[in-house]
Write a protein that binds this ligand. Structure first.
Ligand code: PRT
Ligand code: ZN
Length: 291
């Protein structure tokens, strides 16, 4: 298979934590391409897009150099590489924090206790920037993997690594003391691709689709019955899209109310709706949402 010179090109992680959700996002917005593990590139049959599957560490540079127009990669990697790319959107997966952690029950309790200490990390650039902002002089030891074992080997006094559930830290008797970067998967672009009107139009079409998908995942569609007299109170509770849909029921004085509710408010909203007189509350997932 050959890359098509006119097509938009996007780099995604080949294998690892972001690979499956990235492919899932592309498929969920209707892009039709073949994918199997170990594949290096794929061509979309229904959109002028070629997808390259790469090591995540290489993605910012490929996008910076214009080898690909777009990339999906962790913010932690783009920041560490210091790549000159346009950061377009957060994609709502791959979230983690780059954190400084220290041995539990040790003498280091805040970042200012790191003065003169050794910190092991795979993120020397982000860590050094943080230390110099805080005017902390510490030795940064660059390690490419298994950073969490360095304090027990007396290679370092503290570590700076990605944390998601925190179980790796706990297993190694380490405690986080400072988050230095909150990260998630982001869509990045080669700045000159955005200056090309044809490519920019394609990028915008993809972004609208991605946003529609992310918004839908974060929103539920809710339907309920209520007495007409409760409508005003219910409307005040619903943080919906615009005004809710109201449908009269066969029973006099009763109505059905439909609305979209952001997931973050979901349980509070349901409890308050019940108190306001709503009954038979149905909640359904939304597949796509373009507002
Ligand atoms: O082969 P390639 O170079 O492409 O992949 P990789 O092995 O370098 O990266 P990979 O697949 O492990 O991670 C890809 C991206 O996922 C990272 O760059 C982050 O943006 C994101 N991500 C989200 C994470 C984590 N969560 C995460 N928890 N990346 C790594 N971890 C590791 C962390 O380094 C630590 O070892 O998981 C461990 C901690 O996890 P918890 O759950 O125990 O806290
Ligand atoms: Zn990597």
């Amino acid at each position: 298979m050959r890359l098509n010179g006119d097509n938009l090109k996007m780099a995604v992680q080949r294998q690892g934590r972001l690979a499956e959700p990235s492919i899932g996002l592309l498929k969920s917005v209707g892009l039709d391409f073949d994918y199997y593990e170990g594949r290096l590139f794929a061509h979309c049959r229904n959109f002028p897009l070629d997808i390259l599957f790469l090591r995540d560490d290489d993605i910012p540079e490929y996008v910076q150099d214009g080898v690909t127009d777009l990339g999906i990669v962790g913010l932690n990697i783009t920041e560490e590489k210091g790549a000159q790319v346009a950061q377009l959107d957060c994609l709502d997966f791959g979230s983690c924090s780059l954190s400084i952690a220290v041995p539990g029950r040790g003498s280091i309790r805040t970042v200012f206790d790191l003065q003169g200490k050794r910190i092991a990390t795979s993120y020397p650039r982000i860590l050094s920037r943080f230390l110099s902002e805080k005017k902390i002089e510490a030795r940064v030891i660059e390690i490419s993997g298994s950073v969490e074992i360095t304090p027990s080997l007396d290679v370092a006094d503290a570590i700076c690594d990605l944390v998601s559930t925190g179980s790796t830290l706990r297993l190694n008797d380490l405690e986080p003391i400072e988050v230095i970067l909150k990260s998630e998967a982001v869509l990045i672009a080669h700045p000159q691709s955005l200056a090309d009107p044809r490519k920019q139009e394609l990028v915008e079409r993809l972004r609208i689709r991605f946003q529609g998908n992310i918004k839908a995942r974060k929103t539920k569609y809710i339907m309920m019955n209520a007495p007409q007299s409760a409508l005003e109170r219910i409307q005040q509770i619903l943080p919906g899209m615009k005004s809710p849909t109201i449908v009269p029921l066969a029973e006099t004085g009763m109505i059905a109310i439909h609305s979209a509710v952001p997931e973050e408010f979901f349980w509070d909203v349901i409890e308050n709706l019940k108190k306001a007189g709503a009954s038979d509350i149905l909640v359904v997932p939304i597949e796509k949402m373009v507002v």
